[in-house]
Design a protein around this ligand. Structure first.
Ligand code: ZN
Length: 411
């Protein structure tokens, strides 16, 4: 049985070659740049050459302005200094103490309502996006305040099909000045430090002035925490276009292109397939938001299979749950993939992921779609090392095999 499936999948994938696309997309593709356009044009051309009729969906979104992004780092700076000055110079004035405690209280409320907050922020993002064209037409936005990017969409199968599958991957790339591991580490330590310091501060207000006793220690603690958070927030403002985005998410794009080829050669009756090559994912899941707005409320909800693949370190992982709101991700599909992987002797693990931070987010938070993705460990994500030479080819081929095996069992 195992040998059968292995042999069968080997035959089915024999003429599929995801690597050719990575060779043709080995350049930076940040949303709005020439590389982004070139990448989208390449994807559209490949689909067309293979007899599909792709459509290119152009959209515009607002550039993120510097000033609003400075608010949080500034609030944190003022908050830390205010809390320390209150202990040192104002004998822990009650009014100031209460003002200081508002921020941690707000954070606790936010954590308790994260799911609702996530839904709200995704909704707000789409609302803002929907207003861009009106704002431009009315002169409330200038052309140089917006970025233009595009999705490439290809469809196969009957429109009204009962079963619909939407495969997604993102064309764009981005680079950070700090390695992602470092900024995540700073954010995590900073948040823990912030909550510890706030709890100590609350005790100090309720039970007496013990912060004064070791003021130098607590000041050092508060300032270190502040530095961690500032590094994490401010580094996000300086993002560039040095990454070639081959590992993230050129691999996903390459897999989708080959899957489209597979479906064209092996049509599955009664299933409609959409291949969504989204733009501006790294800019805030914008391409998928554009697509989502046009298709939400459709009669049949597609099964979204998001391949935001990070083709670097084995093993392959799929997301079984989003920690925020404990959102389960397509259990039946995941189980099926895990069992196929076992038959094919491909190692795959189910992992939790903290937030819905990829194109599937819009669909998942809608509550009805089954959504999945593959996400793997990476050191090179969003860095200039994310280029062709560092991609893990075996991982890409394994992921493609899993998806082909899944499709081959669909009918
Ligand atoms: Zn990605």
């Amino acid at each position: 049985m195992t040998a059968d499936l292995k042999g069968q999948i080997l035959t089915l994938t024999a003429n599929l070659d995801p690597m050719q696309h990575l060779k043709n997309m080995d350049y930076p593709r940040r949303a709005g740049t020439e590389g982004d356009q070139k990448g989208a044009a390449y994807v559209a051309q490949v689909l067309q050459d293979r007899g599909l009729k792709p459509s290119t969906q152009t959209f515009r979104f607002e550039k993120r302005r510097v000033l609003p992004r400075l608010i949080l780092p500034l609030v944190l700076l003022v908050w830390t200094l205010l809390s320390l000055a209150n202990v040192r110079y104002w004998e822990s004035n009650l009014t100031v103490s209460l003002i200081v405690l508002v921020l941690p209280l707000a954070l606790v409320l936010l954590i308790l309502n994260l799911k609702r907050f996530m839904r709200y922020s995704f909704w707000r993002r789409r609302k803002k996006l929907a207003q861009v064209e009106t704002k431009l037409a009315e002169g409330r936005l200038d052309a140089d305040q917006v970025v233009t990017s595009q999705n490439v969409i290809a469809e196969m199968g009957p429109d009204g099909a009962e079963k619909q599958i939407l495969f997604t991957a993102h064309i764009d790339s981005i680079s950070s000045k700090l390695p992602s591991m470092v900024s995540m580490f700073c954010l995590l330590l900073g948040l823990i430090g912030f909550m510890v310091y706030s709890a100590i501060y609350l005790l100090h207000v309720l039970r007496g002035p013990f912060l004064q006793v070791d003021f130098a220690f607590w000041a050092g603690f508060a300032l270190t925490t502040l530095a961690m958070l500032e590094v994490s927030f401010v580094s996000r403002m300086f993002r560039g276009n040095a990454s070639h985005g081959i590992i993230d998410d050129g691999t996903g794009v390459a897999i989708l292109l080959e899957l489209a080829q597979y479906v064209r050669e092996h049509p599955i009756p009664g299933v409609k397939f959409t291949f969504g090559f989204f733009g501006a994912e790294e800019a805030g899941l914008i391409g998928s938001a554009t697509y989502y707005m046009q298709h939400a409320g459709g009669q049949v909800k597609p099964h979204v299979i998001s391949i935001d693949m990070i083709g670097e370190k084995p093993p392959l992982n799929y997301v079984k749950e989003i920690s925020i709101g404990r959102l389960r991700m397509g259990e039946a599909f995941n189980e099926q993939i895990a069992s196929i992987a076992e038959s094919l002797e491909i190692e795959i693990k189910g992992k939790k992921f903290p937030y819905p931070g990829s194109d599937f987010g819009h669909f998942l938070l809608d509550g009805e779609h089954t959504t999945n993705w593959l996400i793997n460990k990476s050191r090179m994500i969003h860095s200039k090392k994310d280029r062709l030479g560092n991609v893990n080819q075996d991982l890409v081929n394994d992921a493609l095999k899993l998806m082909v095996a899944y499709l081959s069992r669909l009918d």
